[in-house]
Design a protein around this ligand. Sequence first.
Ligand code: ADP
Ligand code: ZN
Length: 620
Amino acid sequence: MDNTLFSPDTKAQQTHDNTLMSDALHILQHTFGYTEFRGQQAAIIEALVKGDDALVLMPTGGGKSLCYQIPALLRHGCGVVISPLIALMQDQVDALRQMGVRASFLNSTLDSTATEYIEQSLCAGKLDLLYIAPERLNQAHTLALLQGATLALFAIDEAHCVSQWGHDFRSDYLKLNLLHERFPHVPRIALTATADEDTRNEIAQRLDLEGAHRFISDFDRPNIRYRISLKHNAKAQLLRFLQDEHPRDAGIIYCLSRKKTEKIAHWLQTSGFDALPYHAGLTNDIRAAHQARFLRDENVVIVATIAFGMGIDKPDVRFVVHLDMPKSVESYYQETGRAGRDGAPADAWMIYGLEDVIKLKQMMEGSQGSDAHKRAEQYRLNAMLGLCEITSCRRQALLHYFGDTLAQPCGNCDTCLEPVSTWDGTEASRMALSACHRTGQRFGVGHLIDVLRGREGDKVLQNDHHLLAVYGLGKDLDNNQWRSVFRQLVARGYLSVDTPRFGALRLEEKCRSVLRGEKTIALRRDIKPLTDGKRQTTAPLPEGLDITLWESLRDRRRRFAEDQGVPPYVIFHDSTLQAMCAAMPQSMTEFATLSGVGARKLDKYGMGFLQVIREHLANS
Ligand code: ADP
Ligand code: ZN
C-alpha cells in the first residue's frame, strides 16, 4: 500500500485498528480456545469493531457466532443478539458462560425477578451479550430499556426470517428496521445461511442494510459426504444405513408429511433407535421436549418435517437423511448443512423416486401464490431433480448452483466415490416418448410401462392400447429399468408430469429431436441396492482413533454435563475429544493447546480429562 496516502491521523487510526485486531485474536485464543480465524471472520469482526454494518452469508457451521460475539466483547457496552428461537437461548447462553462470557437472555420463560435482575445488569454495564427474541425487542418497554443502556452492537441472527417467500418468515423481523432509526450509532450485523441472491437483497432492503459491507463465504462444506440414491425399499435402505454407519449417533431424518414422521419414528424405536418425531402439528410442549432431548443427548434421532431445524446449532449431528426429496436445492443444502457443524465427517444421505416429484408437484399446484411464484417453484424443483440425476460430482453441481466453483471433483460424494456407469438409452427413450405420444399424453408411468412391456391389463384393453405399434416393443427392459428411463426423461425435461391429471406424463418441446432420431441419450445405470457384497462404510470417527479412550472421554464429558445441567457439547465438542485422543496430553500446558480449550474450560475441566487419559495410559 502507498504510505504517502496516509495522513498522520489515518496512521494513528491504523495503529488503533491493528491493536483491536490483536485483541480480537487474543479473545479468540484465550476465551474460545481456537488458534486462528476462519475464512472471513477476521474481516467481519474488523468491520464491526470499527462501527460499520455487515451482512454475512456463511454456510451453516461456518462460524457465524464468533463474528458478533468477539466484537461485542471488544466494544464498549453489551451486544444484543436477536434470535428467533426462544428454546435455544438457554443453551447459547450456557455455552458462553462456560467460557466466562457474561451472557444472558430475555424471553417469556423468565419470571419477573429474573427479568428485573437481567435488566439491571444490562443498565449497570455488567453484560457482554444479551439474547432477545424479535417480538420482545419490538416492545416499547424493551426499546426504552435498550435506549438507557450502552450497546456494543445488534446482531440479527437467521436474518432470512425477514423474507416473506421463505418458509421461516417471522413478521416481527420486518420491524427490525427500527433499530437503524432508534439507534443510528450502534453497528448492526445480519447473518444467514440462506444463499440465494433474491433473499440476500431482500434482507438488505428490509433491514435497511443496503450500505452494509457484504461478506459472502465459500459455501462448500467439505466434511459432508453427499449421497443420493434411488428409493427401492425405503425402510430397509434406511435401516441398513443407520445400522452400518450411525448406530449410536445423533441425526435428523426429514420426511414430507407429518404422519410419516410419526410412523418412521415409531418404527425406528421398535428397531432399537432413540427416535422422536417433530412437526408443527405436535403440541408446543411435546415439540420443546423432543428438541431438548435431541440437543441434550448424544444419540437421539429426530424424524421431522421441515418445521425442524432452523437455529439448531447442535455441532455433533452426524447425519441428515432425506426420505423424500426436498423441493429445492436451497432447502436441500440448508437441511443437509445441519450435519457436521463441528467439522468432523458427516453424512447427507437421501433416497428418492419419481413418486416424490409427483407428490411435490401436487403440493405446489395446490399452494396459493401467483403463477410467477409457481413457475419459480417449478424451476427450483427441476434443479433439485437435476442434482439427483447427475452423473458427475454432486458437490461441484451444488456449488455451481450457488455461483461458486470447485475446480476438481470432490472425492467425497457418491458419484466421485463410485462413478456412475451410463448406457445408450436413445432407443429406449424414443420408445418411452412414443408410448406417451400414442396414448394421448393422458397416462402415468405405470400404464405406459404396461403398454411397452405388452401387458394385457384391463386398462390396456379398454383403451385399445394393445393395438398400438409400441405395444410390447419394450420387453427387453424390466419394470424397474423402464421406471428409471421415465424418471430420467422427466428429470431432464423431456417429459413433464401433469399433476391435475394424477401424474399423467406429457411431452415437452425438447423431445422432438429425440423422436426424430437426431439426438442420442446416455442414461444413468441405476445401482441395485442390497445386492452388492462390498459396501463402502463411513466410520464417523477418524482412522486410528482409540475407541476405548474415546468412550472414556465421552463418559467423563457426560458426567461433567450432567453436573452442570448442559448438553455434552457445551463442555467440549467431539472434535476437541478427538484431539485429546490424538495428542494424549499429559499436562495442563499440553492440554491448553488443544483446539476448543480456552482458559476457563482448562481450569474447570482440564484435570478431569487429564485423569482419564492418565488412567487409560496406565491400563494399556
Ligand atoms: P454457524 O452459526 O455459522 O452455523 P457456529 O458459529 O455455530 O456456526 O460455529 C460452528 C462451529 O465452528 C462451532 O463449533 C464453533 O465453535 C466452531 N468455530 C467457529 N470459529 C472457529 C475458529 N476460528 N476456529 C475453530 N473453530 C471455530
Ligand atoms: Zn464429488
